[in-house]
Design a protein. Structure first.
Length: 159
């Protein structure tokens, strides 16, 4: 009798599981046409084989910063120095999107200047995974104050 009950119970459970597994979803996935949305960090899986990079030979990014980064006059007057880290996305086509600052704030216009300069940058060479371009989140630390980049004679104060 015990074996019969156990056998019936097992059959009922297996039948219920098979029926539930065989059900098809009532709503089909939606296909989107047109231009795909920009990738967000949460959509990016795994680490790229080759990181994204600023275009040009080595030293091109430093040259770009020397020519474009201005020490805000308010920060100079208050003798504020330090670093501002800008986070942004380098999309698979090399375009730069989703700019923001992360970490501690220096104030006195340093964050605004860091974002301004980051938005001026040309398209980057995108990161690659298995030779295919992929979007990635990138951090760029910009120095403000008495630093090698800003000690360049071409350095100007923003007014």
């Amino acid at each position: 009798m015990r074996n019969l009950l156990l056998s019936l119970l097992t059959t009922a459970l297996l039948t219920t599981s098979a029926v539930a597994y065989a059900q098809t979803p009532t709503q089909q996935p939606k296909l989107h046409s047109g231009t795909p949305e920009r990738a967000r960090p949460s959509q990016i899986g795994g680490r790229p084989d080759q990181p994204c990079r600023f275009p040009g030979p080595n030293g091109s990014l430093q040259k770009f910063l020397r020519e474009n980064l201005k020490y805000p006059a308010t920060a100079a007057d208050k003798q504020i120095s330090g670093q501002v880290t800008v986070q942004f996305m380098v999309q698979a086509d090399g375009t730069l999107t989703d700019f923001s600052t992360v970490g501690d704030s220096l104030g006195a216009g340093c964050e605004a200047e860091a974002l301004r300069v980051a938005r001026l940058m040309p398209n980057w060479e995108p990161a690659k995974r298995r030779t295919q371009p992929v979007p990635t989140t990138t951090l760029l630390t910009l120095p403000f104050g008495a630093t090698p980049v800003l000690d360049d004679p071409k350095h100007r104060h923003q007014k």
